[in-house]
Design a protein. Structure first.
Length: 373
């Protein structure tokens, strides 16, 4: 007799572990591809992946990094490593850990807890070393490279086939998907509300495929093996990383501006170029933010596939991208206001200098007239 848990044993699948880093303002993908394609390059291009439903003006560059031993708390695990380069300065390091055939979804929960719930400093450090080495190899392609301590993580359980045929409805109703995505290893049952919150962002096109999108991980059953959904989730994660980076950049910039303005109040600033320098910096940052927003809006477009469009919109909501966009926009407006005030202050200073010059000229003429008479 077949046990209930045997229905959810994976026959063919892998866990995709993503670690994304913002490494530069821009990456010249065409030049990077030329460097990777040279005979002496130690890097290797992955086969191009495409979809008629996705329109990507600047597709990321896929680079195979080879086999790796991924450092996990339970010991190193073999994986295929790859890196995806986005033109807006993001490097995504992907580890594809094969799921041992016959593993049940319940048996995968500890792995989910380890990579998605608990801190993974060893794994994060290994991925950052991969990104740093890649940046060194492709240094000529980076525009204004920078080191930022932040990163984004995401995980996708990508299953092509179970040991026994299953439908999407059966998986949602009976399989421990919610506990898997939460990395919940306790024996207790989740509450109905928590389970529904995890599973409400679920999508199926055919009866035997399924995608469940949560905030830090996803489950995808795709018998065709097409990776459109993991690719879309990686795009959304890259967007989140960019918004977090610029949010932190705005915080630092505003703090620095306030410090310089405070210093200006303590020191004579009549002939200081401080206001002009601050205004130039804030204007440059505002232009950079506008370019970032335009790039993110045009990074990926979904055409002729309402299923993927609905999944993309759901991922955006689940990742709380609108809230991050609103935060960045609010700080951008604040920076714009500061830039206006700096301009007004500079205009006031110039006006005072002109008034002083006029007064000096009049005084000079009076002194000259008195001397003549």
């Amino acid at each position: 007799m077949t046990g209930a848990g045997d229905r959810w044993r994976v026959q063919d699948g892998a866990l995709h572990v993503y670690r994304l880093f913002d490494v530069a303002d821009e990456i010249d993908l065409a030049r990077a591809e030329a460097i990777v394609s040279t005979p002496r390059s130690r890097l290797k291009l992955e086969p191009a992946r495409g979809s008629a439903a996705l329109e990507i003006p600047a597709p990321p560059l896929h680079i195979a990094l080879g086999e790796r031993q991924v450092p996990l708390r339970g010991g190193p695990r073999p994986a295929e490593a790859a890196a995806h380069l986005y033109d807006y300065g993001v490097v995504s390091v992907v580890y594809r850990l094969p799921i041992p055939p016959g593993s049940s979804l319940q048996e995968l929960a500890p792995l989910a807890e380890e990579v998605a719930v608990t801190p993974t400093p060893s794994l994060d450090a290994a991925a950052r070393r991969e990104a740093d080495e890649l940046c060194r190899a492709l240094a000529p392609t980076l525009t204004r490279p920078h080191a930022w301590e932040g990163l984004e993580t995401y995980q996708v359980f990508f299953v092509r086939r179970f040991a026994l045929p299953v439908t999407a409805e059966e998986l949602v109703a009976e399989a421990p998907l919610a506990k898997l995505l939460l990395g919940e290893v306790s024996a207790g049952a989740l509450s109905a509300g928590e389970r529904e919150d995890v599973l409400k962002h679920r999508f199926s096109y055919f009866a035997d495929d399924l995608a469940v999108v949560d905030w830090n991980s996803a489950f995808v059953l795709e018998p065709s093996g097409m990776t459109d959904i993991p690719d879309l989730l990686e795009f959304a994660t890259a967007h989140l990383l960019e918004l977090r980076y610029y949010d932190a950049l705005l915080d630092r910039s505003l703090s620095r501006i306030y410090d310089e303005l405070s210093a200006g109040r303590r020191a004579p600033a009549l002939f200081s170029p401080r206001y002009r320098r601050l205004q130039r910096r804030t204007a440059a940052l505002l232009l950079e933010l506008s370019e970032m927003t335009e790039r993110l809006e045009n990074a990926v477009k979904i055409i002729g596939d309402f299923y993927l469009a609905r999944l993309w919109q759901s991922a955006i909501r689940r990742f709380r991208l609108p809230a991050w966009q609103e935060t960045v926009l609010r700080k951008q407006q604040l920076l714009s206001g500061v830039n206006t005030l700096l301009g007004d202050a500079a205009d006031t200073l110039r006006g005072q200098l002109m008034e002083l010059a006029v007064i000096l000229l009049i005084l000079g003429e009076l002194l000259l007239a008195l001397r003549v008479h």
